[in-house]
Design a protein around this ligand. Structure first.
Ligand code: AMP
Length: 307
């Protein structure tokens, strides 16, 4: 039996190195997990899920400048390459593509980009103008460069996942998009590379985000306004969390669900704790027997009819 912890792992830094290493993997059944590095158990879970389902797994580690605003945390984003490699090795990755920005954007900032459209202008897109265009542009490039047959993304970044699914559908990318449930710390905090910015007291404060989502999910049977009310009550009790938004929206339109709505909805929250902007969400089934879901059952579900 092969021992994954000692299996060889190839690191490609240039396009030529990637092309050569990718050719070695052969055609068909190659999965990609795209990351910005500073890997944690959430990333490892994506990799292991991909590993179980695909013949080969490629991980990309690329801090994409195009998706960071001028006042965001690109320069202080944690860089932990050696530890990242160890996680990749243990999780059974075949190939790591870790390029620098000049490899990805060989002619400088690209003039032609993917537009996220209206779904990229709300929620995170409103707080971070241009973020989703930059994210989709690099995802498209990495899909082309890695020639992956499937790509694994976390439910943690729900709007990102939705937009990637839309891009793949709207622009006919030949790739299967697979979503993986959010991995949490034992106390409920969603794992994130940005959690390393939190001081111990910030971290206590940050718990209100996941607790609010839980409280909302516990009220799922009663309908949208009860869900929003229960979640908001938790956030209001923690004034040190500066909440940007708390929404209960349809999973594919990101529009607020009306009071009569029953079915799957996304309860999402974003806010600042100390110097750190955090996001979290729970897929929820609204209505009788409702509650938290791991991921949406049918991500291509039709939007609700308007009243
Ligand atoms: P990032 O390195 O933050 O760009 O994340 C890379 C991938 O890992 C994205 O698909 C994220 O949604 C996913 N991811 C990050 N944190 C988690 C988590 N706590 N649980 C599941 N997936 C995650």
């Amino acid at each position: 039996m092969s021992d994954l912890s000692t299996s060889a792992i190839v690191v490609a830094r240039t396009r030529d190195e990637l092309r050569a290493a990718r050719a070695e993997l052969g055609d068909g059944d190659v999965a990609v997990v795209m990351t910005m590095g500073a890997l944690h158990e959430g990333h490892a879970t994506l990799i292991r899920t991909a590993r179980r389902r695909a013949r080969h797994v490629v991980v990309t580690i690329f801090l994409n400048p195009l998706q960071f605003g001028p006042h965001e945390d690109l320069s202080r984003y944690p860089r932990t390459f050696d530890a990242d490699m160890e996680i990749c090795r243990k999780a059974g990755v075949d190939l790591v593509f870790a390029p620098t920005p000049d490899v990805i954007y060989q002619d400088g900032d690209p003039g032609v980009r993917i537009s996220a459209g209206p779904l990229g202008a709300v929620l995170e897109g409103q707080a971070r103008p241009g973020h989703f265009d930059g994210m989709l542009t690099v995802v498209a490039k990495l899909l082309h460069l890695t020639r992956a047959d499937s790509a694994y993304f976390g439910q943690k970044d729900a709007q990102q996942l939705l937009l990637i699914r839309r891009m793949v559908r709207d622009l006919d990318f030949p790739v299967d998009v697979v979503s993986v449930p959010t991995v949490r710390e034992p106390d409920g905090l969603a794992m994130s590379s940005r959690n390393t910015y939190l001081t111990p007291s910030d971290r206590e404060v940050a718990l209100c985000l996941s607790q609010a989502l839980r409280a909302g999910a516990d009220a799922a049977a009663e309908g949208p306004s009860a869900i929003r009310r229960a979640a908001r009550a938790v956030l209001v009790a923690e004034p040190l969390a500066l909440i940007d938004y708390l929404v209960l929206v349809h999973p594919t339109t990101l529009e607020d669900v009306p009071e009569w709505y029953r079915g799957e909805a996304l309860l999402a929250v974003a806010g600042r704790v100390g110097t750190t902007r955090l996001i979290d969400n729970l897929p929820i089934k609204v209505g009788p027997g409702g509650g938290a879901l791991e991921v949406f059952s049918d991500v291509h579900a039709e939007p609700p009819a308007q009243d």
